[in-house]
Design a protein around this ligand. Sequence first.
Ligand code: FEO
Length: 186
Amino acid sequence: MIGKKMEKALNGHLNKELYSAYLYMAMSAYSDSIGLKGFANWFMVQYHEEMLHAMKIYEYILRQGGRVNLAAVKEPPSDFESPLDLFEKTLAHEKFITKSIHDLVDLAIAEKDHATQIFLQWYVTEQIEEEENDNDIIAQLKLVGAGPEGNNGLFLVDKDLGARVTTVLTDFSKGIEAGMKAAGQA
Ligand code: FEO
């Protein structure tokens, strides 16, 4: 059982994960529209990952006897300045998500909610990977000069990002953990 304060905070973070999915969907659409199919693929994979992050919280709240409250998801931007801008904005957003998760952990500690502390550890670890991936791609894009000033080597990065794959879970009816285990993601 989770307390009302924790339930409210988890619902707030659920909305942020849904926004993350929406943001990366917008970035995928933008990438596609400027001919960067590999970028479009990378961001669509990221969209699916964010939906999974959201669904894990959804499921956790319900398993703990809480109520899920689905608030409106805000509109993401649809225009970006360059391929580098996409990933700089992605990193900035992920730092915001990391902070939100750390705030949840702080609350779980203050509330002596041990179950939620353990549940959140997965997210703490996941955020290290997310920020690392973004930093790596930003470094590559800077190396090839993919800012507004030039595009040298951009096609190589695009090819690389096009190779990213994921197993998409579309059936959440048996629960996220079961689905992730079946897909080898747990
Ligand atoms: Fe779900 Fe990218 O944090």
